[in-house]
Design a protein around this ligand. Structure first.
Ligand code: AMP
Length: 138
């Protein structure tokens, strides 16, 4: 597996070199909105310490990330009055990963509503509002 590349976009977000719509952070993890949201409330949880994905993550990183995933998933479910939550997580190119810093996708879901196709930039004002809505439910 290739070494961690500290020029990936999430490493730049962690260093404050590019902006994000922050939802939550603690000492070990950060949650921010996906800018190509496949659902309303689509957000990402990442560890602050570097790792590519689940395959090289430490047990401590995974524990910290999953704790934040659970916290934010419940807040997003409340904020969007969702009936369920879908988590997505991809490992290496063959596994569908595009950004090589470990991340979990959180999607609030409603019965009978499909996820939108990937790759379409969202409206930044709407995404900002969704970040505030989840943060308020935390
Ligand atoms: P994947 O590695 O397949 O989980 O895909 C990376 C995800 O990161 C996609 O859902 C992108 O929309 C998202 N993404 C890429 N750049 C940014 C960014 N600057 N801020 C927030 N999300 C991003």
């Amino acid at each position: 597996m290739p070494a961690y590349d500290d020029q990936n976009i999430f490493a730049k977000i962690l260093r404050g070199e590019i902006p994000c719509f922050k939802v939550y952070e603690d000492d070990e993890t950060l949650c921010f909105m996906d800018i190509m949201p496949r659902t309303d409330g689509h957000c990402l949880v990442i560890p602050k310490r570097p790792c590519r994905n689940v395959l090289d993550a430490s047990d401590a990183q995974l524990a910290a990330v999953m704790s934040t995933v659970k916290k934010v998933a419940n807040a997003a479910k409340t904020a969007f009055e969702a009936e369920g939550i879908t988590l997505q997580q991809f490992n290496e190119t063959a596994g569908g990963q595009e950004v090589f810093h470990l991340h979990f996708h959180i999607h609030p879901r409603h019965d009978g509503v499909s996820m939108r196709p990937p790759g379409k930039m969202g409206d930044m004002d709407v995404i900002k509002g969704h970040a505030e809505k989840i943060a308020a439910a935390l």
